[in-house]
Design a binder for this molecule. Structure first.
Ligand code: TYM
Length: 331
């Protein structure tokens, strides 16, 4: 079976970008035949940013509860906390020795920080810890540990998957075929879901719409989404409208057709927002309840993740041994 693997880091509340860009496609892929889904809470990656233990714990539970509330089936999916799999961190070190520093210098996330530091006259590496700098290596270890072939992600993670391919190829070249080269899978239309201000929806831009928030807040945030100033009677282009993109994810096919017609005939943005809120709230009602229930009983989440970690280690323990043998470590 082809391993499909993806993770989300607990650095904030899950937002619509995470859901539409990664979670929804990953859950759909998990239902296909001949695949082994492996999904996880990337808490070790979250540590690059979150240094408050209590907050970190809550955020980690939040990611796990979100996946479960949206229908991840722990009987069909290996679902764990990254920090519960020590083999990943051993592999991380091994792979660091097959990663040139230049490759890390070119990683987008790091480069963006350097650029913004340069703009404001800071030291280029101001605020960069080594966890953040070597982040793509750990992500490579996540992917290669389970010999993943498909990695469903949003566009911002494509470069990381390409880095994983480079590192895997380097290792394979030295020791023989060990890791299949992973491929990213992105949803063309929603590879980058825009946020309230039109830039990429991202925790670091403070422009997100949380997936699970109360209906009143959801409505308020939807009303804040930036639109153009076309008058209600003007024809609107669904292809360039984030409201339409969102509507499509939550409405029935008939509703989507009807909305497309309304865009053609002319509809005010206020009305689109009203209808968007209606379908989103309808769709999210049940998952939101399941989410709250899970967050109220973290021991249930722990039990599921513990079992997932056991399943993951049935795989990672022997595979790491094989890798260690190849490089000449004593096993
Ligand atoms: P993270 O936690 O930043 O985001 C989780 C997933 O959500 C996607 N995403 C988006 N997709 C579309 N539009 C957006 N505006 C948007 N914002 C976020 C991200 O692309 C991602 O798929 N490094 C990863 C976590 C990770 C991982 C892995 C992923 C760690 N190890 C191994 C895959 C495989 C990250 O920071 O994602």
């Amino acid at each position: 079976d082809n391993v499909i693997l993806t993770g989300i880091k607990p650095t904030g509340q899950i937002h619509l970008g995470n859901y539409i860009g990664a979670i929804k496609p990953a859950l759909a892929l998990a239902k296909q035949p001949n695949v082994k889904p492996v999904y996880f809470v990337a808490d070790a990656h979250g540590l690059t940013k979150i240094h408050d233990a209590k907050e970190f714990r809550q955020l980690s539970y939040g990611i796990a509860a979100t996946w479960l509330a949206l229908g991840l089936d722990p009987n069909k999916t290996i679902f764990y906390r990254q920090s519960d799999i020590p083999e990943i961190f051993e592999l991380n070190w091994i792979l660091a020795n097959f990663t040139s520093k230049g490759l890390m210098n070119r990683a987008h996330a790091y480069k963006a920080i350097v650029e913004s530091n340069n703009e404001i006259g800071n030291d280029p590496d101001f605020g960069v810890n080594m966890g953040l700098f070597t982040y793509p290596i750990l992500m490579t270890a996540d992917i290669l540990m389970f010999q993943s072939k498909i990695v469903p992600v949003g566009k911002d993670q494509i470069q990381h998957v390409e880095i994983a391919r480079d590192i895997a190829a380097n290792f394979n070249k030295t020791y023989g075929e060990t890791f299949p080269l992973p491929a990213y899978q992105v949803q063309e239309e929603t590879a980058v879901l825009p946020g309230l201000d039109g830039r990429k929806m991202s925790k670091s831009y403070h422009n997100t719409i949380p997936l699970f928030t109360n209906p009143a807040t959801l409505q308020k945030l939807i009303n804040k989404i930036k639109t153009d100033s076309l008058p209600p009677e003007a024809e609107k282009n669904p292809k360039t409208s984030i409201l339409f993109t969102l509507y499509k994810e939550f409405a029935s096919p008939e509703e989507v057709d009807a909305m497309r017609r309304q865009y053609k005939e002319g509809i005010g943005w206020g009305e689109v927002k009203k209808q968007l809120f209606m379908v989103m709230d309808r769709y999210l009602q049940e998952p939101r309840e399941r989410y709250s229930e899970l967050m109220a009983s973290p021991e249930k989440i722990d039990a599921i993740l513990r079992k997932g970690a056991e399943q993951a280690r049935e795989y990672s323990v022997p595979f790491l041994k094989e890798i260690k043998r190849k490089i000449g470590f004593y096993v």
